[in-house]
Ligand binder design. Structure first.
Ligand SMILES: C[S@@+](CC[C@H](N)C(=O)[O-])C[C@H]1O[C@@H](n2cnc3c(N)ncnc32)[C@H](O)[C@@H]1O
Length: 263
């Protein structure tokens, strides 16, 4: 069965959007994954087809109604594998990272709820056991761009989507490090030479240089990742960097969170 993404949104026409292009688009056309975007408004019951209302307690903005969202979630669950995680994209969520993406890509798919306005009534988030996930510490005007980001990151990991599987093993975050720099022809451009070691044909030297560069860049740019990487290496000194970064308590890898009160 193809990896199955259901997106609940007030703007279904935003999908597949950028996911209709390049690797993700080709994989979609080849049936390696499925995508449905469902209009939450289709589940509104009043004659104005309202999906939102004013917040109890006052304040600015509107809140998405629990009854309407709940009906949309029910339809998505009924339309696919009920084991798919149900995710509400929100800046209040746990930060999306590569470990979470790997977990999701290894499963049957996901159901993504995109908020608008001030967000979604908390009761339906809890009643449906939604996992709350953020794509970064900034506020978007809606969950749709966040859903596109999450889906893009997952789909490229599905079997057969990326040409060279090895590239997923080497890239940023795979082993808890940022990736080393890349170079291509010409070997000299505007007086800048490609590092000599990359022209040497000496594979072990190239691998050593790349590892050192990955470590230097991570140390300089992301002290938070570097501290986790070092802790993982201290805990599992004999493991490969990728395994050390993935494995065990203390490795600092974020697993997909379960909502409080989840069934
Ligand atoms: C204007 S935002 C609501 C922000 C909310 N009032 C808050 O302060 O947390 C509207 C919707 O955009 C989506 N969104 C905004 N920023 C996001 C982020 N960093 N990650 C994931 N989704 C986000 C969520 O679905 C949210 O319900």
């Amino acid at each position: 069965m193809a990896w199955h993404a259901s997106v609940l949104t007030l703007f279904p026409e935003m999908f597949p959007g950028p996911l209709g292009f390049s690797l993700a688009g080709k994989a979609l056309r080849e049936g390696r994954w499925r995508l449905e975007a469902t209009d939450i408004r289709a589940f509104a019951t009043d004659r104005h087809r309202s999906v939102d209302d004013a917040p109890f307690g006052g304040g600015a903005g509107m809140v998405m109604r629990p009854d309407v969202v709940d009906a949309a979630v029910g339809a998505a669950l009924a339309g696919g594998d009920p084991a798919r995680p149900l995710i509400y994209l929100t800046p209040r969520g746990v930060l999306l990272d590569q470990a979470m993406v790997r977990d999701l890509a290894a499963g049957p798919g996901c159901i993504l709820l995109c908020g608008r306005y001030e967000g979604v009534d908390q009761r339906v988030i809890e009643a449906r056991g939604m996992r709350e996930v953020s794509i970064g510490d900034y506020v978007l005007s809606g969950g749709e761009p966040a859903a596109l980001v999450l889906l893009d990151a997952c789909v490229r990991l599905l079997p057969g989507v990326m040409g060279l599987a090895a590239s997923a093993e080497e890239e940023s975050h795979a082993a808890g490090l940022l990736e080393y720099p890349h170079y291509t022809r010409p070997a000299e451009w505007q007086g800048r030479r490609v590092p000599e070691v990359l022209l040497s044909g000496h594979h072990a030297e190239v691998a050593r240089w790349r590892r050192a560069e990955a470590e230097r860049i991570t140390r300089e740019r992301r002290p938070d990742l570097w501290a986790r990487y070092e802790a993982a290496r201290r805990q599992r000194p004999d493991a490969s960097p990728a395994d050390a970064a993935r494995g065990g308590p203390g490795a600092g890898i974020t697993r997909l969170p379960r909502a409080a009160g989840a069934a």
